[in-house]
Design a protein around this ligand. Structure first.
Ligand code: DGL
Length: 267
């Protein structure tokens, strides 16, 4: 292999940047392609068979174009559904997924009342139900499927506007009480949501732990890179790579600047 390993990071939109930025912290010397399937956004309401085909097609095109050494599916809605298909199709490429962090939330909850905030697709998945059965059987698990938050996070990233009233309405169902007990851990099970974490904290009716799996995903990616390529790319400096959009639309100036701050160029 010539040059540093190439890592493809994929999401329906800009949410995967929350995972990308954690990986880039551990592996600043790697070469990245960030792919946003903005033409297919949002994924939350897609029917499962169509979404499998869509993600396999988009990833297939990127594999052809970029020849990545690793692919990170920085999207819960896709990972909870298509990882087996992707791994079967490209067995030579390591795929790192992003799935709801139900285990650490259940382990850390004192009240044993946790909420999983995700897209409508992710809350419906068998994969999510299995995680609950496996790791959170001792908890009350409140699944909250949000139809608007991913879009609100995109708007925030693209125009810098956080719409408090709508964000409050979307997170309100996460906060439950039962007698004296109340929800104390909320899983951020969509990669877009950590983009709004400051608003979530400010607008929450009480303080709870917001569980973001991105640092753990980054550690997993780092470990796999270490096994294949060693430690070399743990040192490096931005820019780290480029961002591509399936719509082919050129991002507006403000978004180009935001991506640049993440170390990504747009071509
Ligand atoms: N960022 C994605 C996730 O983690 C999905 C957002 C969407 O397309 O609705 O689930």
């Amino acid at each position: 292999m010539s040059g540093p390993p190439k890592i493809l990071v994929f999401d329906s939109g800009l949410g995967g940047l929350t995972v990308f930025s954690e990986i880039a912290k551990l592996r600043p010397g790697a070469d990245y392609v960030y792919c946003a399937d903005d033409a297919g956004f949002p994924y939350g309401a897609w029917k499962e068979p169509e979404l499998v085909d869509r993600v396999v097609d988009v990833i297939g095109a990127r594999i052809e174009a970029d020849r990545p050494d690793m692919v990170v599916i920085a999207c819960n809605t896709a990972s909870t559904l298509v990882l087996p298909d992707l791994r079967t199709r490209w067995p030579e490429i390591p795929f790192v997924g992003t799935v709801p962090a139900i285990k650490p939330a259940a382990e850390g909850s004192r009240s044993r009342m946790i909420s999983v905030l995700a897209t409508p697709g992710t809350v419906k998945r068998d994969y999510t139900q299995n995680l609950i059965a496996q790791f959170a059987a001792h908890c009350r698990v409140n699944l909250v499927g949000s139809t608007r938050l991913a879009r609100l996070a995109e708007d925030y990233m693209q125009h810098g506007v956080a719409r408090d009233e709508e964000i409050s309405e979307e997170i309100a169902p996460c906060f439950e009480t039962r007698g004296e007990a109340r929800t104390d851990a909320i899983v951020l099970a969509c990669t877009h949501y950590p983009l709004l974490i400051d608003s979530f904290r400010r607008l929450a009716p009480w303080s709870a732990t917001w569980v973001d799996p991105a640092p753990a995903i980054a550690r997993r990616a780092d470990q796999l890179l270490f096994e294949r390529f060693g430690a070399e790319t743990r040192i490096g400096a931005p820019p780290h790579g480029r961002a591509v959009f399936t719509s082919g639309r050129a991002p507006e100036e403000s978004l180009r600047e935001t991506l640049y701050r993440y170390g990504l160029l747009t071509t």
